[in-house]
Design a protein around this ligand. Structure first.
Ligand code: HEC
Length: 171
């Protein structure tokens, strides 16, 4: 390769680098500098954001840790400490009531978008003819979200992303 060609290459790289700067870096800096141009404050559903890569979730480790304590205190008695009860969750008892289903991703909890999960925990099962007690007045919105974060942390990426696709449609 001649001296001239490699000089040309260098210039092309430099121009390309400038392109990246203009397209990626500058808008990021501008959006950081002008809070007004940032997206509106997150509602929980929006935090979920597109799962860009495996392992990306809407919640923080802190929520998961807090949610675990709440779960042990309020939910484990029925759903089991590891949220795996009841394996035979499709079979109603003699009175026609369904047992507490596993929340660990092995049952169908992932079919419910976030607002429905929150509603179920706050209102309990009564509105749908179920027997789970409601936690309105016992768990704040923030605590409810934390407990959801905890049981979702048990879900595989595959289950989480299937849930996310359903949740996204309902937004
Ligand atoms: C007294 C037992 C009991 C307690 C305590 C309880 N649940 Fe439940 N839960 C149930 C039952 C039973 C169902 C099935 C629906 C129904 O009958 O209401 C259920 C259903 C659910 C569902 C819907 C799952 C699905 O796949 O549709 C969620 C979510 C849930 N519970 C979360 C919780 C959380 C979180 C707590 C603690 C804050 C909790 N539950 C405490 C008994 C309980």
């Amino acid at each position: 390769m001649s001296q001239r060609e490699s000089g040309g290459l260098r210039i092309r790289r430099w121009i390309l680098g400038g392109g990246v700067l203009a397209v990626v870096v500058v808008p990021v800096l501008v959006s950081l500098a002008c809070p007004a141009s940032r997206p509106p404050p997150v509602t929980l559903a929006k935090i979920a954001g597109p799962p860009a890569g495996a392992g990306e979730r809407w919640y923080t480790e802190r929520q998961v840790a807090q949610g675990r304590e709440i779960f042990i205190r309020h939910c484990a008695v029925c759903h089991g400490e590891d949220a795996a009860a009841t394996p035979d969750w499709r079979r109603p008892d003699a009175a026609g009531n369904y047992p507490p289903p596993p929340l660990n991703g092995s049952a169908h909890t992932w079919h419910h978008p976030l607002p429905v999960l929150r509603e179920t925990i706050q209102q309990g099962g009564a509105p749908l003819g179920g027997v789970m007690p409601g936690f309105a007045g016992k768990l704040s919105e923030q605590e409810t979200d934390a407990v959801i974060a905890w049981f979702q942390s048990l879900w595989s990426d595959e289950i989480y992303q299937a849930w996310y696709r359903i949740a996204e449609d309902s937004l």
